[in-house]
Design a protein around this ligand. Structure first.
Ligand SMILES: [Zn+2]
Length: 125
């Protein structure tokens, strides 16, 4: 499998999934999180048996995340961003955001509170 296989051909569902994921990143930036330009890819590769992964300023969201709630997808995007932006390796089962699996998704407020432990916020104004 090479890198191109990660770039799933866009159909209506994957296009809208990618758009939702990018919307959450935009929302985080607007809130003040300092984020570089992030590549967002949708994949049907489920060999990791997870809903996504992230590294080197790229995040991959599995196709099976289509139909997940906003809270789930926001938390998934935030989790993968931590891997992708600060090169966070592994997981912290004591952290609601960086544990290995999403059980009950957090709301936006809690998600951003956890995210701010890893990603700097621009607190000007
Ligand atoms: Zn992870």
């Amino acid at each position: 499998m090479n890198d191109n296989d990660y770039n799933k051909q866009m159909n209506k569902d994957t296009y809208s999934l990618r758009k939702r994921a990018m919307g959450f990143i935009y929302d985080m930036k607007e809130y003040g999180f300092i984020l570089p330009r992030i590549r967002v890819r949708i994949t049907n590769d489920d060999r990791h048996n997870v809903a996504g992964w992230g590294s080197d300023k790229s995040i991959w969201i599995a196709e099976k995340a289509v139909g997940m709630s906003d809270d789930f997808l926001r938390q998934l995007v935030a989790h993968e961003l931590v891997h992708a932006v600060i090169d966070y390796k592994g997981h912290d089962e004591r952290c609601g955001l960086m544990k290995s699996a999403i059980e009950t998704p957090m709301n936006k407020k809690d998600c951003f509170k956890h995210l701010s432990k890893y990603i700097k916020l621009n607190l000007v104004d």
